[in-house]
Design a protein around this ligand. Structure first.
Ligand code: UDP
Length: 239
């Protein structure tokens, strides 16, 4: 965190599903534009921002494997899906005047930069939003794990997990009226109670590296900036 106690650098994980908006597949340009605007507001606060974008709105490896495809091959398709989403997000951010770079864990030189850790840091120091695409570059992983990995490498102050609800609940709040929202949880709470926040690999990596995870509602306009100001509703996952 910087001298005002504010966040200096954060990583926002945006799932592929968050980009679908009201659609049930693919990209909803209005939704992508709204998230881009929220990111712009956070950049305007002086926070360095990087992103990991998922691909579940287009393709998931497990679904491909369930259909009979080789799992690793299906996962590579999933990683390519995240590159498409990253390019869409880049386009939306630049449309609202935010300078960006996409870096892919799978080199794709005609389309974006390859992932280079030190270069990514330089981009952020210059005020650019860096969008990390292609997950970790390895099959059998998820973009949640990629988010924990990149956030650690980039020495981020927090990993922001944008979801469809405003934090972690004792049960699905969309199904159970009595579900209670946690203000703070420990990494071990999440692992032991198998709370569906992020996969266990991502939680473990965050725990080992003391990386706070903040779960908030990415669908609420302005919520990202509110969380950065310490306002609004969210759940913090810490030691
Ligand atoms: N994927 C992968 N390795 C990674 C990250 C992602 O193989 O490091 C593949 C995996 O098949 C996954 C797909 O990419 O299903 C899309 O990512 P994810 O499901 O994490 O996206 P999200 O749920 O965030 O939309």
């Amino acid at each position: 965190t910087n001298s005002n106690g504010h966040y200096r650098r954060v990583l926002l994980k945006v799932s592929g599903e968050a980009l679908m908006g009201r659609c049930d597949y693919g990209l909803d340009t209005e939704t992508v534009a709204a998230i881009a605007q929220d990111i712009k507001d956070v950049v305007a606060l002086g926070v360095q921002v990087c992103l990991v974008i998922g691909g579940g709105n287009i393709f998931r490896g497990v679904s491909g494997a369930a259909g009979g495809m080789d799992r690793a091959q299906a996962d590579y398709i999933g990683m390519l899906a995240t590159v498409m989403n990253a390019l869409a997000m880049q386009s939306a951010l630049e449309k609202c005047g935010v300078p960006t770079r996409v870096q892919s864990a799978i080199p794709m030189s005609a389309v974006c930069e390859p992932y280079i850790r030190r270069r990514a840091e330089r981009h952020m120091e210059k005020g650019r939003v860096v969008i990390f695409a292609a997950g970790t570059g390895n099959p059998f992983f998820t973009t949640d794990t990629a988010a924990a990995l990149r956030a650690t490498e980039m020495k981020c102050d927090a990993l922001l997990k944008g979801t469809q609800v405003d934090g972690v609940y004792s049960a699905d709040p969309r199904k159970f009226a009595g579900a209670e929202r946690y203000q703070e949880l420990t990494y071990l709470d999440v692992l032991a109670r198998d709370l569906s926040v992020m996969d266990a690999a991502a939680i473990s990596l965050a725990r080992e590296n003391d990386l706070p995870i903040i779960v908030f509602n990415i669908r609420a306009p302005g919520a990202f900036a509110a969380v950065m100001r310490g306002e609004g509703r969210f759940t913090r996952i810490v030691e």
